[in-house]
Design a protein around this ligand. Structure first.
Ligand code: AP5
Ligand code: MG
Length: 209
């Protein structure tokens, strides 16, 4: 099964991806996580991406498409992928269609986690993530509830940057809702409910129980 996760920043893509890949043994590919690691390691990609990410803008398509072409060739993708944060523009979606066609793999669904913007600001300014295992939590988690590791706040989770990320989403990413509706691949879940309730709906709607 190959799935694209769509949704605004803070909609809960990473939270749902964590649950879906655990249950269905898919390969979780988050372009945001790959880019944050590249920034931390100061790789050439990370050096180029940092300024865009800090301001909440998208990293240029050609960098992301090259990165994903290489990532999709790796053997762990053969079991099926959960793409989290990619594609983010129509150009990326067209490129993904080409990659999947070359690999002779179908896209099963584009899963939209739908949450109103006013809920998102509060979620993102209180988000914390584990440095060790990547678990996504909140400011209420003193240490990682999953592995006991240190929880940190992402550089782009301040209110001004979050507002820009939401605007970028509206302008550049939300057209993908129509793109995948046109392919009859769009599946929408109401993400403004408790994470486990959202997940139960995801399982039911994808028909993967
Ligand atoms: P990326 O890392 O992809 O960030 P994003 O899309 O802004 O999404 P987030 O990770 O912030 O939110 P999420 O939906 O995963 O929510 P989460 O589950 O964490 O991208 C970062 C940057 O990298 C971009 O701005 C861009 O610069 C660059 N980039 C990445 N991919 C790119 C691409 N393809 N092209 C170009 N540039 C790219 O949840 C958020 C919080 O809410 C958490 O605290 C969580 O505990 C809580 N929460 C989750 N679900 C619920 C719920 N149901 N109820 C209550 N709280 C909840
Ligand atoms: Mg995420």
């Amino acid at each position: 099964m190959n799935i694209v996760l769509l949704g605004a920043p803070g909609a809960g893509k990473g939270t749902q991806a964590e649950k879906i890949v655990e249950k269905y043994a898919l390969c979780h590919i988050s372009t945001g996580d790959i880019l944050r690691q590249a920034v931390k390691d100061q790789t050439p990609l990370g050096v180029k991406a940092k300024g865009y990410m800090d301001s909440g803008n998208l990293v240029p398509d050609e960098l992301i498409i090259d990165l994903m072409k290489e990532r999709m060739q790796q053997p762990d993708t053969e079991k099926g992928v959960m793409l989290d944060g990619f594609p983010r523009t129509t150009a990326q979606a067209v490129a993904l269609d080409g990659m999947l066609a070359d690999l002779e793999r179908p896209l099963d669904a584009a899963l939209l986690v739908d949450v109103p913007f006013d809920v998102i600001i509060g979620r993102l300014t209180s988000r914390r993530q584990c440095r060790a295992c990547g678990h996504i939590g909140t400011a209420a988690d003193a240490v990682c509830p999953s592995c006991g590791g240190e929880m940190y706040q992402r550089d782009d989770d301040n209110e001004a940057t979050v507002r820009n990320r939401l605007e970028v989403y509206s302008n550049q990413t939300s057209p993908l809702i129509d793109y995948y509706t046109g392919q009859d691949k769009l599946v929408t879940v109401d993400g403004n409910r408790a994470p486990d309730v959202v997940f139960a709906d995801v399982v039911e709607k994808l028909g993967i129980a």
